[in-house]
Write a protein that binds this ligand. Structure first.
Ligand SMILES: Cc1cc2nc3c(=O)[nH]c(=O)nc-3n(C[C@H](O)[C@H](O)[C@H](O)COP(=O)(O)O)c2cc1C
Length: 166
């Protein structure tokens, strides 16, 4: 891990499985870059790489779920952190939200959102969603922290060795 990656891993982030839907097409991906963006209305924001297949589905379907992972659920973080070769959701128990987005039964909690805005952000896109539902499924478990995932997302190859001078 280089020093810039080490620095960025001091930002406290959770780990989530973002479910996306467009008609009968559903997929999900692991994301750490998720935050509450507003109280009134309740908005969540996530940062997604525009090259992910999930981005196209999200863009067309305009809805997503945010499934909060529990500490220790590294298998789920890894599974949904890989590109879809086949149906990633086939091996997981999930139910359908009111938008049609997949809600993982094993999650600590879930939120369901309608996408309301998007903003370009470097090699990612910030997608803002209005929260239209949610539930805590396990009030005892602790949420997973991004730091717990080490280099599971391969981010060590994404951080530069040094900051760019102004
Ligand atoms: C711990 C972890 C955190 C991740 N965080 C994000 C994230 O915040 N945004 C993002 O676009 N991809 C993130 N990824 C990468 C995606 O999960 C991964 O590229 C996935 O293959 C995308 O799914 P898709 O190819 O089915 O669209 C993360 C992966 C892991 C393992």
């Amino acid at each position: 891990m280089n020093s810039i990656q080490d620095l960025f891993q001091r930002l406290t982030l959770g780990v989530y499985v973002i479910g996306v839907v467009n008609g009968e097409t559903r997929n999900a991906f692991t994301a750490a870059c998720v935050m509450q963006a507003s109280y009134d209305p309740l908005l969540l924001a996530l940062s997604i790489n525009r090259l992910h297949s999930c981005y196209g589905t999200l863009r067309r379907g305009q809805a997503f779920s945010v499934n909060v992972l529990k500490t220790g659920q590294l298998d789920l973080a890894a599974h949904y952190g890989r590109p879809a070769r086949d149906d990633k959701l086939a091996s997981t128990s999930w139910m359908t939200g009111i938008t049609g987005a997949p809600l993982l039964r094993a999650a600590l909690a879930w939120f369901e959102c309608e996408a309301v805005a998007e903003y370009p952000a470097g090699d990612h896109v910030l997608v803002v969603g209005k929260v239209i539902g949610g539930e805590v499924l396990d009030s005892v478990a602790e949420p997973m922290s991004y730091r717990e995932t080490g280099d599971l997302d391969g981010a060590s190859t994404l951080y530069p060795a040094r900051f760019e001078p102004k």
